[in-house]
Write a protein that binds this ligand. Structure first.
Ligand code: PLP
Length: 397
């Protein structure tokens, strides 16, 4: 074994010793909106997809994808600024801008790239960036890569944030938060964050990867649910691979914001454009999401049913009213054991461990979809009850 392999093996052994070694499972078949899957020779009921509205295999979305692939081919062939930007991209950007109530939107190939783009393009040395400590890794990486002075504030603690903003002086400042926290499911205190930003002249950037399509009276996300608009949240990021069931992401905001990202964001300029067929499929998904509001209502009903039944049998759950329902069990080993035991009962619920979540808060991360049946929710609750899965006091609400 060469010295590189030897050194890597030692690190990999360290991961395994810490209970943090991860494995991928090959999904052999995916049925019924992705909630019924065949994996490692077994049929499983899955509670681990972010396809909250069950749109990934919706006939209108699939048809739009196939028709566009026949018209445009599979790949876009070049970056947006060379020749990869097609009519489908332009129309989707216009429709996303209208949907989010912003002047313009700009497509990115992934949410990770969109988040890096926003923070590293708009901030640099001499600026300040304030991030919730539970923000998604891509937001934290953007903050670190930007060169701005980086400050992580305690989760949802607007008082501490406001005090730090007050001490920040005249530097340009951006406050960055998940709209819905991806591993906890709770919603950021957006009204309070917006007020603090207004008082201290900071820019508020909300990553609504998990809120868009699901929250708010019309599915426009956590910003709509908070009764806020573009004036309060000048920078909004949304992903397309979650409630819209496709792939990619966008940033929405003013003409000036979008033009700046388009001209200078390295993760926009130096990468191949999203396939036009993905843009076409997303346009269809955006229409279905609006034509079929029952999908949003259904997934939220599943959440309410789960919380009611789980609480009845004594499971303590953190405060989340979104399709992300974590059951915090503490150690890495407990999370893996819980996930394995559920899989033995035919249920797929992933174990989430550090560094994705803080040490000591490993968890089973349950996600619901409109593609689930009410009976699926009951089956999950019964399994959790049978296994006596329990959360340590510190993490229960
Ligand atoms: C809050 C949040 N932001 C950004 C991303 C990254 O989006 P993408 O998967 O499109 O890269 C994710 C998850 O993937 C997420 O949960």
């Amino acid at each position: 074994m060469d010295s590189l392999a030897q050194s890597l093996l030692a690190s990999l052994d360290g991961l395994a010793a810490d209970g943090r070694f991860r494995i991928r499972r090959d999904v052999e078949r995916r049925l019924a909106g992705g909630v019924r899957v065949h994996v490692d020779g077994a049929d499983l009921l899955a509670f681990c997809s972010n396809d909250y509205l069950g749109l990934a295999d919706h006939p209108r979305v699939v048809e739009a994808f196939v028709t566009a692939a026949r018209t445009w081919g599979v790949g876009s062939g070049a970056s947006h600024l060379v020749s990869g930007h097609c009519r489908e991209h332009r129309l989707l950007e216009e429709e996303l801008a209208a949907f989010t109530g912003r002047a313009r939107a700009l497509l990115f190939s992934t949410g990770y790239m969109a988040n890096l783009a926003v923070v590293t393009t708009l901030l640099g040395r001499g600026d300040r960036v304030f991030e919730d400590r539970l923000n998604h890794a891509s937001l934290l990486d953007g903050g670190l890569a930007s060169g701005a002075r980086f400050s992580r504030f305690p989760h949802a603690d607007v008082g501490t944030l406001a005090a730090r903003l007050g001490r920040a002086g005249p530097a340009r400042a951006m406050v960055v938060t998940d709209g819905v926290f991806s591993m906890d499911g709770d919603v950021a205190p957006l009204r309070e964050l917006a007020a603090a930003c207004r008082t201290h002249g900071a820019w508020l950037f909300v990553d609504d990867a998990h809120g868009l399509g699901v929250l708010g009276a019309t599915g426009r996300g956590s910003v709509e649910a908070a009764g806020l608009g573009a004036g309060d949240v000048p920078i909004l990021m949304g992903t397309l691979g979650k409630a819209f069931g496709t792939f990619g992401a966008f940033v929405a905001g003013s003409h000036e914001l979008v033009e700046t990202l388009l001209q200078t964001a390295r993760t926009y300029v130096y990468t191949t454009a999203l396939p036009p067929a993905v843009a076409a499929a997303t346009r269809a998904a955006l229409r279905v999401a609006q034509d079929e509001p029952w999908r949003r209502e259904r997934v939220l009903h599943h959440v309410a049913r789960f919380r009611h039944e789980a609480t009845n049998f004594g499971l303590r759950l953190p405060d989340s009213a979104t399709p992300i329902q974590p059951v915090v069990v503490g150690s890495e080993a407990a999370a893996v054991a819980g996930s394995d035991a559920l899989r033995a009962l035919g249920l797929w619920v992933p174990a989430i461990r550090p560094p994705t979540v803080p040490a000591g808060s490993s968890r089973l991360r349950i996600t619901f979809s409109a593609a689930h049946e009410p009976a699926d929710v009951d089956r999950l609750v019964e399994a959790l009850a049978a296994l006596a899965v329990s959360a340590p006091e510190a993490h229960a609400s």
